[in-house]
Design a protein around this ligand. Structure first.
Ligand SMILES: O=C(O)/C=C/C(=O)CC(=O)CC(=O)O
Ligand SMILES: [Ca+2]
Ligand SMILES: [Mg+2]
Length: 418
């Protein structure tokens, strides 16, 4: 039976949102999809049956991944988004598309859709932009030192991660092996991580590339940033604590990074723009955002463990914005590639129920968290499932959803002996 999607005013995936993903049905080819309510518009299929200027972009829309569309640049993104919105809000076109089988249900048990990694990840960077997170982690990891390092208020600190291990929501996360050293031990041991953690983050996805040698200033951020996803930077705290000095996180964070299957277009977040927190230190001109475009984003995250709410981190409290991070990433002349992904850093607010990782929630594993069903955790156990969700205001009292990123912890696999 053909079902025409009905989307009410309070639907998180209504016409103000229209996030992009990549789906397949019955093991068939991958197609770009746009989520609408609980349905997915087959974008390439719709572009082929409807007339209009979007026909010029037919090849981009029929690709099996978002990269060609992302590379096409902001004027094309704007044109495509406007076309999709006009199709889905016109009842006749909506019926026609549904009748052609181009608006399948996401959750049809008879024909389940598979959601894939929506874009090929080029380079992956993880920042450290929450002052609350950085100060708390500093107190836990380096109790003898100042919580924030002297550079923290002057530049957005980050490290390059492992692009090849970015996985889509739903991919199981295998508990990593590695070296760890107990505080009182003389030598490191080896084995499965015992301090497996999450980091609730927001990922920014680069569309338009930039040439080597040409920094991208904050004013150009809107032209380069295609959209936003939710991201879980799985972290093995015991591996991290032993390996990170002096060059920073390495194997403790490179075994899996999960992203949501939906990429929310930057334009859909216009209603969530807000001023970032007041800057306590003057910034160098390339990072100085006083009086410029507001790049703070009022995204409300939620962290769930086995379906139970752990915390609600507020993204609006992040000190460094995506525009500053992009400007900093390229200020040395480093180029951008389509598919570059940079993560905000763990999203933590000032309150005890606003923290984005177990390291903070349990003060380094000292104080277990208690879930509503009475179970307790310090770090993740095998079989635990972590889900991050978020919503954002979209103006006029409406909201949009950022989907979810979820992953279940699988037991460590015994390494083959050499
Ligand atoms: O301060 C440290 O030594 C470690 C910090 C982190 O683990 C945080 C990290 O990955 C960056 C972030 O997500 O905020
Ligand atoms: Ca992180
Ligand atoms: Mg990671």
């Amino acid at each position: 039976m053909i079902e025409v999607p009905t989307v009410t005013e309070d639907d998180l995936f209504g016409p103000d949102n229209l996030p992009y993903g990549v789906f397949s049905a019955d093991g068939g080819p991958r197609r770009i999809g746009v989520r609408y309510g609980n349905h997915v518009l087959d974008l390439g299929g719709a572009a082929a049956v409807l007339d209009g200027p979007h026909r010029r972009h037919a090849a981009l829309l029929a690709a099996p991944v978002l990269n060609p569309l992302m590379a096409a640049g902001r004027p094309v993104w704007t044109e495509v988004r406007a076309a999709v919105r006009s199709w889905l809000t016109d009842p006749g076109t909506l019926r026609l598309l549904a009748g052609r089988g181009l608006l399948p249900r996401l959750d049809d048990p008879g024909r389940p859709l598979t959601l894939h990694l929506p874009f090929e990840v080029a380079d992956y960077v993880d920042f450290y932009a929450s002052e609350h997170h950085a100060a708390t982690v500093g107190r836990i990891f380096r109790p003898e030192a100042e919580p924030l390092t002297p550079n923290w208020k002057h530049l957005p600190i980050g490290y390059h991660g492992r692009a090849g291990t970015v996985v889509v929501s739903g991919t199981p996360v295998i508990r990593p092996h590695g070296q760890h050293r107990a505080p009182d031990a003389a030598a490191p041991g080896f084995g499965p991580s015992r301090r497996l953690d999450i980091e609730a983050e927001v990922g920014f996805v680069v569309g338009t590339p930039s040439p080597l040698g040409e920094p991208v200033g904050m004013a150009a951020a809107r032209d380069h940033l295609f959209g936003v996803c939710l991201l879980n930077d799985w972290s093995a705290r015991d591996l991290q604590a032993w390996e990170y000095r002096p060059l920073g996180p390495f194997l403790g964070k490179s075994f899996a990074t999960s992203v949501s299957a939906w990429v929310t277009p930057l334009d859909a977040l216009d209603g969530a723009r807000t001023a970032p927190p007041p800057r306590s230190h003057p910034l160098l001109p390339y990072l100085d955002d006083t009086g410029g475009e507001e790049w703070g984003l009022d995204l409300r995250l939620e962290v769930l463990l086995n379906g139970q709410r752990l915390s609600g981190p507020p993204f609006a409290a992040m000190y460094w914005t995506a525009a500053q991070q992009l400007a900093h990433l390229t200020v040395n002349g480093a180029s951008l590639r389509t598919g570059d992904l940079f993560a905000s850093g763990t999203v933590s607010g000032p309150g005890p129920h606003e923290r984005g990782c177990l390291l903070e929630m349990t003060w380094g594993g000292r104080d277990p968290v208690r879930l509503p069903d009475g179970t307790e955790r310090v770090f993740l156990e095998d079989g635990d499932e972590v889900t991050l969700t978020a919503w954002a205001p979209a103006g006029a009292g409406r909201r949009i959803g950022l989907g979810e990123v979820t992953g279940r912890v699988e037991p460590a696999r015994t390494p083959r002996s050499s």
